[in-house]
Design a protein around this ligand. Sequence first.
Ligand code: URA
Ligand code: SF4
Length: 206
Amino acid sequence: MTPEEVLNEVANEVAVCEDCKLHLSRKNAVPGEGPAGSDLMFIGEGPGFHENEQGRPFVGAAGRFLEELLASIGKKREEVFIGNVVKCRPPGNRDPEPEEIAACSKYLERQIAAINPKVIVTLGRFSMARYFPNARISQIHGQARQVEGRLVVPMYHPAAALHQPSLRQVVQDDFARLPELIARGAPKQAPMPDKSEPDAEQLSLF
Ligand code: URA
Ligand code: SF4
């Protein structure tokens, strides 16, 4: 299957999934959206009111701020993949429960494997916990760590920054460093000569 086919398959499955009780209050599942070839993938928490109405991620106030942040690094939302830890809205926007996150993680895992992004940005504590279970966001936000062969950068959730204005600049500063991280995560186009592992072309010179 191509990455696009995997994303479509996941979207079709979550639309009818009943693997946790969040399906009971779902109007539309929100599988996430963006190109299968995205370098950059954002993982939020779960759909809110507007997302549940529209079946699309980050279309409310937090989404507008996320779009602003993307614009600040010269990106449009259509260029990145935007998903969530749970695909169905927790009633009243309550926190997703551990068993709901566990039930839904298979979909996120397939999306990550298909997209194979260079950089994953976790938005908020639930997606951060996937990679850094015991970390505190106040201590590790904006710091890139190598996890399973890619860079993962935890950031505050845009909604948190909307509720707590002092976080706005923090999130903006963390975002400003993303272009450099994406470049660092990029496969080397012109590999630097590596003394320990000369490539085939170099070997042929000796
Ligand atoms: N907040 C999230 O975490 N995800 C969305 O899709 C929208 C708001
Ligand atoms: Fe299925 Fe995930 Fe929706 Fe739960 S939140 S019903 S696991 S798609």
